[in-house]
Design a binder for this molecule. Structure first.
Ligand code: S3P
Length: 170
């Protein structure tokens, strides 16, 4: 798969599962560039994601995800793409690349966030994690959807980013 891959590798999964971290590790191991959908949206709007939610609302943000998805389909190949937790809903997802679902339990995701040295920021920048109960419901609803969209499902619990990236590339 390494340098000869022409398809993008698209990482999907719930907030905080480590899509960005794993994308960067994949990039290091494969020597392919990694880009992040939320970063693209923030640069397009010149605004942080939480501000977009606050000032323009979630529906507007979802439209930006669709726009990003179209751009990615048209303009990228050989690229590792990490996505926001709700990006899997875009119509053209499968056309962007090979879809890899990073799977983890809700508890393990929260453990990961809470033990992060920058936990406060990790929570604050994600408007949909503000209410734990709502986040749990969202998780329960989404896990089936992630699985349906995925070409490959990788369980990430109790594994290092290095191990996960190696597994994906093999
Ligand atoms: C969202 C996930 C976030 C970000 C936005 C919405 C979601 O990205 O796109 O807050 O709907 O799950 P991460 O999955 O990187 O936290």
């Amino acid at each position: 798969m390494k340098a000869r891959a022409s398809k993008n590798i698209v990482l999907i999964g719930f907030m905080g599962v480590g899509k960005g971290t794993i994308a960067r590790e994949l990039s290091r191991q494969s020597k392919l560039f990694a880009i992040d959908c939320d970063d693209l949206i923030e640069s397009l709007e010149n605004k942080k994601i939480d501000k977009i939610f606050e000032e323009n609302g979630e529906r507007y943000f979802r439209e930006l995800e669709k726009k990003t998805a179209k751009w990615l389909e048209k303009n990228t190949k050989n690229t590792i793409i990490s996505t926001g937790g709700g990006f899997y809903k875009v119509e053209n997802l499968k056309k962007i690349g090979i879809i890899i679902y990073l799977k983890s339990s809700f508890d393990a995701i929260f453990e990961r966030i809470l033990h992060h040295p920058n936990a406060k920021h990790k929570l604050a920048k994600r408007p949909l994690l503000k209410d734990l109960k709502k986040a749990q419901t969202l998780f329960n609803n989404r896990i089936k959807e992630y699985k349906k969209c995925a070409d490959i499902t990788i369980s990430v619990e109790n594994k290092t980013p290095k191990e996960i990236a190696k597994e994906i590339l093999s």
